[in-house]
Design a protein around this ligand. Structure first.
Ligand SMILES: Nc1nc2c(ncn2[C@@H]2O[C@H](COP(=O)(O)OP(=O)(O)OP(=O)(O)O)[C@@H](O)[C@H]2O)c(=O)[nH]1
Ligand SMILES: [Mg+2]
Length: 678
């Protein structure tokens, strides 16, 4: 293996919407760099990146994959991210690990909501973006208008650095070359437009340029790279990963023009907590103390848990003693791997700027910081917020006794996926899994089945909440005298609604010690018990302040268990008098669709109790519909959208807020809770 220095690495993310061509492009990059001798395909399940069982079965990416290629003596690390919105957790986790996000876009799909979302995420992370327009061999007529749409959506800074030629069979450079013809017109116009934009970043270069000097690579490299860092230029390249057009040029572009670790924007590391928190400035020097960050967790059939990390400072070496965050217990590194898809090659060390994986360290988790000096104990990394898993499904094993096996699989998935949750509901004895959509949950079920466990699923449960609309008082006296020691506690409390999102507040207003302080935690526990389970419909209670203002104690019989019971029933008493209300999650949805389907899409959203905020139609005939809809009515949206748009519609969905449910639904929920309990 050639030796690489920190500045020799180029770390790129292949991001983009579903089926835009990321995995196929990754395969082509490896092939053209001579990393693989046969080019596999997604459709045949033979690509280097989509190697997991579920990916091969469905012909799309489910997990992020780390790949690498060597080109012109430089090492390119490639993270191929899944494009389906249901797997965005996998993508978000990887974003900080690279210097550049390559947004792969199929011009046929237009500027869809996933691409917009990724663009926003990159912006919030200060992550330079380049756009790769894929599928150029399928027709060049669409490419000109697409470039226009791209600039309309993301600004005039989206400028080609090469252009398709020969009807999409090749590309021609327009950064360092200002001559020739392309499928989009004469090269000089594009060349000038790009240079005009780049020189704005550098006064000296601008001066020489205006005097007529044609800048060469040496003169342009630094300003171009700075323009990318500052999002002043979003370079656009053209490829066809199936025919190979533009792939070699993309390898050249990555190596020659994209930021290396020392050139890229610093990643968000911080030191200290609260008001003492300040950015932690690391140095890309491999000889300094180690700073690494875990951006991906996977399960390997032989090695078990694999934690993928990026080294920012120092060198990670086999045999080293490392610390995880502020943990005092050191771990000793016995294996380090370099990763190429499913291939894991043991290596001795990984230096600043590079990525690798550690196996079998159970204490290591996604987002952890690794270091080798206690001075870095409190260095942490700011992760972007993950979307809330709103889709829920109850899972029941067909064979009794398989619960443990299921729990094991689910625990593994929770390690890997920050947008997946699972919990056991003691009321209904159900194992409930939560994810971002139907696709997400069906993949989880598939993984359970792949372990040889047969399960049944029950219709998705919506994460309703209960709350109150007014203030009320409640009272309960708990008295038990059966045989031995008695129990006594009396609690009077007040409940008041908090603003939406206010959660829970517990206030002790007892004067004169009528309830000793020592019993307060027991009362709070009793209140929390019932808040978790709900009062009127069996859903967790939110946005309530509970104030304990009076009560009574017995010198002998008062004990914690008695106050826990009294707290619970006093709360129930107050809650029922406080105008209880069931709230439902409302999601914001963005649909991208061919414009001719807009009518049916908005009509359908209205029939789902949706509110349509707006519809933007671009010149090319793609439309973006924005709406908010109750989540309960979005359960079968995927197939519905598919049939309305002949499979071409795409949507993304995010939790917006909670709203009261209509009376009819509220009554149904209360009735079914009553029936369950009787
Ligand atoms: N003609 C042509 N087809 C392509 C190109 N890139 C991808 N495809 C095809 O498009 C389909 C989807 O490609 P993938 O590489 O799986 O797309 P992806 O972006 O990885 O998809 P997800 O992982 O689901 O987000 C496959 O059938 C590919 O063969 C391209 O540049 N030209
Ligand atoms: Mg893929």
């Amino acid at each position: 293996m050639a030796d690489f220095g920190t500045a020799d690495f180029r770390n790129v993310l292949l991001a983009g919407s579903r089926s835009s061509g990321k995995t196929t492009l990754a395969e082509a990059l490896l092939f053209h760099a001579g990393e693989i001798s046969r080019r596999g395909t997604v459709d045949a399940g033979t690509s280097t990146s989509d190697f997991e069982k579920e990916e091969q079965a469905h012909h799309y990416s489910v997990y992020s994959t780390l790949l690498h290629a060597t080109h012109q003596g430089k090492r390119i690390n490639i993270l191929d991210l899944p494009g389906a919105p249901d797997f965005i957790g996998q993508a978000i986790a990887c974003l900080p690990a690279a210097e550049t996000m390559v947004l792969v876009m199929d011009p046929e799909a237009g500027i869809d909501s996933m691409s917009r979302r990724l663009m926003k995420l990159a912006q919030s992370l200060d992550l330079p973006v380049a756009v790769v327009v894929s599928h150029i061999g399928e027709g060049v007529a669409r490419l000109g208008p697409f470039l226009g749409e791209l600039q309309e959506a993301f600004g005039r800074r989206c400028l080609p650095i090469n252009l398709p030629t020969g009807k999409g069979t090749g590309v021609i450079d327009c950064l360092l070359n200002g001559e020739g013809e392309s499928d989009l017109g004469p090269v000089p116009g594009f060349h000038t437009e790009l240079l005009d934009q780049i020189v704005e970043i550098d006064d000296a270069l601008m001066e020489r340029y205006l005097e007529g000097e044609e800048p060469n690579y040496e003169a342009l490299h630094e300003p171009f790279e700075r323009a990318m860092d500052q999002a002043h230029v979003v370079p656009v390249c053209f490829t066809d990963a199936l025919s190979g057009a533009g792939v070699e040029a993309l390898l050249d572009t990555i190596v020659r023009h994209f930021p290396s670790p020392p050139e890229g924007n610093a990643r968000p590391f911080f030191m200290g907590e609260g008001k003492d928190e300040a950015p932690f400035v690391y140095s890309d020097d491999p000889s300094k103390t180690l700073l690494a960050h875990v951006f991906h967790v996977a399960t390997d059939p032989y090695l078990g848990k694999l934690c993928f990390f990026r080294v920012y400072q120092g060198t990670m070496k086999v045999g080293d003693q490392l610390f995880i965050g502020d943990g005092k217990k050191p771990i000793r590194l016995s294996h380090l791997f370099q990763i190429q898809g499913k291939q894991r090659t043991p290596v001795k060390e990984i230096i600043a700027g590079d990525m690798g994986a550690i196996a079998k360290v159970e204490d290591l988790h996604l987002s952890d910081v690794l270091h080798d000096d206690h001075a870095l104990d409190y260095v942490h990394h700011k992760t972007l917020p993950y979307p809330t898993p709103l889709h829920a499904l109850a899972v029941v094993p067909k064979t009794r006794g398989d619960e443990n096996k299921i729990a094991e699989v689910l625990a593994r998935i929770r390690e890997e996926d920050p947008t997946f949750e699972a919990h056991f509901e003691s009321e209904t004895h159900e194992l409930v899994i939560q994810g971002l959509g139907e696709m997400h949950l069906s993949l989880v079920i598939e993984r359970i089945r792949n372990q040889g466990v047969e399960v049944e699923t029950k219709p998705p449960k919506i994460a309703y909440h209960e709350t109150i609309m007014s203030r009320a008082e409640g009272h309960y006296r708990h008295k038990k005298q059966s045989g031995g020691a008695g129990q006594f506690a009396e609690v009077s409390l007040r409940v008041e609604p908090l603003d939406r999102g206010g959660g829970f507040e517990f206030v002790d207003e007892i004067v004169g010690g009528v309830i000793p302080k020592g019993f307060m935690p027991a009362i709070e526990k009793g209140v929390r018990d019932i808040m978790r389970r709900g009062v009127v419909a069996g859903y967790p209670i939110e946005d309530v302040r509970v104030t304990i203002y009076d009560g009574k104690t017995h010198p002998v019989d008062s004990k914690e268990v008695a106050f826990r019971t009294a707290g619970k029933f006093a709360f129930r008493d107050a809650f029922l008098k406080a105008n209880p209300q069931i709230l439902e999650p409302i999601v914001n949805i963005e649909v991208t669709t061919p414009a001719d389907a807009v009518g049916s899409i908005t009509g359908d959203l209205l029939s789902r109790r949706g509110k349509v905020f707006g519809t933007d139609v671009t010149a090319s005939g793609t439309a973006l519909v924005r709406a908010s809809v109750p989540l309960a009515d979005m359960m079968d949206y995927e197939p519905a959208l598919k049939s309305m748009t002949k499979g071409r519609g795409r949507y993304t969905m995010e939790l917006s807020h909670y709203d009261p449910v209509p009376e009819r639904i509220s009554q149904d929920l209360i009735a079914s809770f009553g029936a369950q309990r009787s």
